[in-house]
Design a protein around this ligand. Structure first.
Ligand SMILES: Nc1ncnc2c1ncn2[C@@H]1O[C@H](COP(=O)(O)OP(=O)(O)OP(=O)(O)O)[C@@H](O)[C@H]1O
Ligand SMILES: [Mg+2]
Length: 397
């Protein structure tokens, strides 16, 4: 039985942490998928941009999967399987992933934008692990982020002892990526203040950082090694984000990551991720497919403002993201495993309300409106599942 050890991603050959390492809740993509990455590096011997661990084509295959096709090594390699099916990780447009990969091979940064919970960070992690073998050179953008996070800081003890020397310099993840020709990731870039964001303008165009304090030494200028590039993410829905300057925008290729278009693909993804999440919680997943289908239908109806039947639905203020649908499905699974006896369907309205009623109290009314609309109509049309859900209207307290 193959098991994923990471939220939201499909079954993989077992990837466990080295015995001598303490167990970790989440392994970075480069460790989780080490077998696939090593296989793809040996399987696709085509040309690669400087500093890349895989060919651009293999990066796309790593992220999107091999479509169930078994790939074969051109010749046997010790420690690698002769054939392997690469699992799909990002569910969505292959063309989007191809554009992302082409951008990274070029001279511009890649900015992934979109609603919360649409897998921007996941995509950034996967791309980085595939392109340069690590997803760890990451800056988490906040309102408190300073330029040091994109440039460098100082080890003050050494600074006091030695003065401004290369030894006292503390590289930011971006500077490390420049020195080593790797991918720097900037999460939630628009949470950083505009003047801090703009520290990236010269980094992305001149591809070097000057350290004035070291002007007397040859270390005063750090030039980016081939392979250096930047992947940033931003969700445009959140409050407290700062507009990017035109100068910085021009240095990024913007790619919008949309919610999953296909209902079946989303349902399948949510089921796989919920199963994995409940397994990580040490239990088996025992939630009916019919319950999951109802959950996915509610999420998609409220997210799009249009029911599967084409009826208008008042959208709540919250995003109703795939990520949250996974969490609700996993919660039902954990409840079924650790609080047996009840019917998990009874819990669904409460969990849905927990997702919807975040910012705007009026969203509670909108949820009741959804129950009085599509849920009741489906119940009246004879659906046993929606009849049961309609009978649970009282749980929307
Ligand atoms: N298209 C998708 N393909 C695969 N998994 C997805 C997809 N959309 C959402 N998910 C699931 O949702 C989770 C959330 O994704 P992630 O944290 O990367 O979202 P995000 O867009 O960065 O959100 P935020 O803006 O809140 O940071 C993923 O770990 C994955 O489990
Ligand atoms: Mg994110």
């Amino acid at each position: 039985m193959t098991v994923t050890d990471q939220p939201g991603l499909p079954d993989l050959p077992e990837q466990t942490a080295p015995a001598d390492r303490p167990a970790r809740q989440v392994l970075p993509a480069e460790e989780r998928y080490a077998a696939e990455l090593a296989f793809l590096a040996a399987q696709d011997t085509g040309p690669r941009p400087p500093g890349w661990a895989l060919t651009p084509r293999a990066v796309v295959t790593f992220v999107c999967g091999s479509g169930g096709e078994e790939l074969a090594l051109p010749r046997r390699r010790a420690g690698l399987p002769a054939k392997l099916v690469i699992a799909p990780k990002f569910v969505g447009e292959r063309a989007l992933v191809e554009r992302c990969v082409v951008t990274l091979a070029g001279e511009r940064g890649l900015l992934l934008v979109g609603d919360p919970g649409t897998a921007k960070s996941m995509l950034s992690e996967l791309l980085s692990a595939a392109v340069c073998g690590t997803s760890a050179l990451t800056v988490q953008g906040t309102a408190g982020t300073t330029e040091d996070a994109f440039r460098y800081g100082w080890n003050y003890a050494r600074l006091l002892a030695q003065g401004p020397t290369p030894d006292a310099l503390v590289d930011s993840p971006v500077l490390t990526a420049m020195r080593t020709g790797r991918v720097a990731r900037i999460e939630e870039i628009t949470r950083c203040l505009p003047e801090v964001q703009d520290a990236l303008v010269s980094i992305l165009s001149e591809r070097r950082v000057t350290v004035p304090e070291l002007t007397a030494t040859e270390d005063a200028v750090v030039s980016a090694a081939p392979g250096f590039t930047v992947i940033a993410t931003a969700n445009l829905r959140d409050r407290g984000v700062s507009e990017m300057s035109a100068a910085l925008k021009r240095r990024f290729n913007f790619e919008t990551v949309q919610p999953i278009a296909d209902a079946d693909a989303e349902a399948d993804l949510i089921r796989r991720q919920a199963v994995a999440a409940v397994q990580r919680a040490g239990a088996g997943f025992a939630v009916d497919d019919a319950v999951l289908d109802a959950l996915v239908t509610v999420f998609r109806d409220l997210r799009t403002g249009r029911s599967a039947e084409g009826w208008d639905v008042e959208r709540p203020g919250t995003v109703m993201s795939t990520a949250e649908a996974v969490q609700v499905a996993a919660s039902l699974g954990v409840a079924a495993a650790y609080l047996p006896g009840g019917d998990v369907l009874d819990l669904l309205p409460g969990h849905l309300l927990g997702v919807v009623r975040k910012d705007d109290p009026a969203d509670h009314e909108r949820m009741l409106g959804y129950w009085d609309g599509p849920v009741r109509r489906r119940a009246e049309d004879g659906s046993a599942m929606w009849r049961r859900l309609w009978d649970l209207r009282g749980n929307l307290r």
